[in-house]
Design a protein around this ligand. Structure first.
Ligand SMILES: Nc1nc2c(ncn2[C@@H]2O[C@H](COP(=O)(O)OP(=O)(O)OP(=O)(O)O)[C@@H](O)[C@H]2O)c(=O)[nH]1
Ligand SMILES: [Mg+2]
Length: 311
């Protein structure tokens, strides 16, 4: 096992892939690996790229990675639940650049299933992001399909959240009204080669004008990801956001908030497992039956279960 971690630390990409698999499957080995490499995470600029299905997130991620490589930055890419896997060429409209990326040792691409057993994001996502960071990439790009709560969760995991919108769809504006705008650090109007891009930009500006004065206004960047257009501006906007966090002293707070959320949700999962492990099925069935029959209220029943492990 030391071997794998040593190879990982030595920059062996096969070891990185192995470590991710163990961590993703939540094996005891995976836990051990994570324990050893975790202190090395937290140094990359992690960027969440989210938005509705088909908005061009994968194409944008690829174009962004290509531009970062041109600037001699190394890039790890994690696709969470991608319906169009990176491996099938969806990463870039321009296939030639795609092939460059695929062969480039400065780029690592990994897709992972994002759903946990109980719905919501799989807890391993944070661990996989930390692992890719610990390997030493300058940037870690995380693509997730926007689905309300998941977007909010991934925003906690990454330092900067890029929300990808398209002209002429209309549903983006609706989604933003639902509060998703609050998690966006950079707003992208992708497919700016389609009609209505400037209209969408003004609509977004209008929305931003309604937000509280003390809130930081996210930058709005127009892109045509299939042609790599707008990537310079996007990189600048992403870097500006990081600088903002640093100069305002907000980075530590962001990390602490995310750490608290992770620790509490893992603790919750552990407690639930313990309760389930130490409650015989018949006892649970009996409790549930009594609640169903209204002999017992659900709070008292849950108390009884919780007391089994704490008492
Ligand atoms: N015209 C135009 N098409 C684009 C642009 N960006 C992406 N596309 C196309 O939009 C389609 C969807 O692109 P993807 O990158 O797979 O979108 P996605 O958001 O990752 O999709 P999912 O992962 O399935 O949610 C592809 O056919 C892309 O070639 C753009 O800037 N302009
Ligand atoms: Mg995609």
């Amino acid at each position: 096992m030391e071997n794998i971690v040593e190879r990982f630390l030595g920059g062996d990409r096969r070891a990185l892939a192995r470590v991710i698999s163990r961590i993703e499957n939540e094996t005891p080995e995976g836990r051990e690996y994570l324990r050893e490499i975790y202190p090395r995470s937290g140094r990359a600029h992690t960027v969440g790229i989210t938005g509705s299905a088909g908005a061009g997130k994968s194409t944008l991620t690829g174009a962004l990675a290509a531009e970062l490589r041109r600037r001699e930055k190394t890039v790890g890419i994690i696709g969470v639940d991608p319906s169009s896997p990176f491996t099938h060429g969806a990463i870039l409209g321009d296939r030639i650049r795609m092939q460059d990326l695929a062969l480039d040792p400065g780029v690592f691409v990994r897709s992972m299933a994002g759903r946990g057993a109980l719905g919501g994001l799989a807890p391993a996502i944070n661990d996989v992001v930390a692992t890719v960071e610990a390997f030493g990439f300058d940037y870690v790009l995380v693509e997730t399909v926007g689905a309300g709560q998941d977007e909010v969760e991934i925003a906690g995991t990454t330092m900067t959240t890029v929300l990808v919108n398209n002209p002429g769809t209309g549903d983006d504006i609706q989604a933003m009204k639902a509060g998703i705008l609050e998690i966006a650090d950079v707003l992208v109007v992708n497919k700016a080669d389609h009609p209505g891009a400037d209209t969408l930009v003004s609509q977004l500006q209008g929305l931003l004008n309604l937000s509280p004065k003390d809130m930081r206004r996210p930058a709005i960047v127009k892109t045509v990801s299939t042609r790599g257009e707008g990537m310079d501006e996007l990189i600048d906007a992403v870097a500006d956001h990081r600088n903002y966090l640093e100069t305002e002293g907000l980075l530590e707070g962001h990390r602490a908030k995310n750490a608290r959320h992770q620790v509490l949700s893992i603790a919750r999962a552990i407690l639930l497992q313990r309760i389930q492990a130490s409650t015989p099925d018949e006892q649970l069935d009996e409790l549930v039956r009594r609640v169903g029959q209204r002999e017992l209220d659900p709070h008292s029943a849950a108390e009884e279960l919780a007391n089994i492990v704490s008492g």
